[in-house]
Write a protein that binds this ligand. Structure first.
Ligand SMILES: Cc1cc2nc3c(=O)[nH]c(=O)nc-3n(C[C@H](O)[C@H](O)[C@H](O)COP(=O)(O)O)c2cc1C
Length: 197
């Protein structure tokens, strides 16, 4: 059990570091949602980890399709892969969309202008267009807005909290692969087990 517990702690530590480190292996997980019984996936940036609460945070456009998916079905999966360490982590849980609150505000204030510029998009992301379009106000194509300019995008800014319920870890190794599963609730370990890889 001790071994399993330390693997779980290492996962949380690695996730926390990834949320603070552009370029880290687990920085850009794939978020899977379900819409009309069909799976949908997309890459996102892990922006914040709250180890005590057992939650992972990202941000997105309130007008994006994934927000509609989450409103219909909040069950999600986040998939992380570290190619150098040959380690995969699947986090399953429930998503809560925030458009106000302390963490929402903190994410807005701490994100660089380059990460917030897309919230100025005049059109909802994902709608059809007749030719390739950056979907940005003309003055911000090829130029970053300043903080004052960005305020117009606040209405489109949503923070998504993923409350982890199950973590499944897999590490490939010549000595033998190892795979484990953890059930967690509000950040507390409820059950841990090895799985056959
Ligand atoms: C490296 C990378 C990072 C991305 N990060 C985000 C992100 O943090 N938030 C986001 O909403 N979309 C992000 N995207 C874009 C999404 O993958 C996706 O195209 C977009 O959110 C629209 O998804 P949807 O139509 O399923 O809602 C990222 C894409 C890439 C390639």
């Amino acid at each position: 059990m001790q071994d399993l517990q330390s693997i779980l702690e290492q996962c949380w530590l690695k996730l926390t570091l990834a949320s603070q480190t552009p370029g880290a292996a687990w920085r850009t997980p794939v978020l899977a949602t379900v819409s009309a019984q069909q799976p949908r996936q997309r890459t996102v940036v892990l922006r914040r980890v709250d180890r005590a609460a057992g939650s992972l945070w990202l941000h997105t456009d309130l007008r994006s399709a994934k927000i509609q998916h989450l409103e219909q079905q909040p069950a999600v999966s986040l998939l992380f892969y570290d190619a150098a360490a040959e380690t995969q982590l699947q986090v399953r849980g429930r998503a809560v969309v925030h458009t106000a609150g302390a963490v929402w505000q903190q994410l807005w204030e701490s994100s660089p202008e380059s990460s917030l510029r897309m919230y100025l998009a005049p059109q909802p992301p994902g709608i059809h267009c007749s030719e390739p379009s950056p979907n940005l106000p003309e003055q911000f194509v090829g130029r970053l807005p300043n903080r004052g300019d960005l305020a117009a995008g606040l209405n489109n800014f949503a923070a998504v909290e993923i409350q982890a319920e199950r973590l499944e870890w897999l590490q490939l190794s010549r000595e033998g692969h190892r795979r484990a599963e953890f059930a967690v609730g509000a950040g507390t370990l409820q059950h841990a087990t090895w799985l056959e890889p």
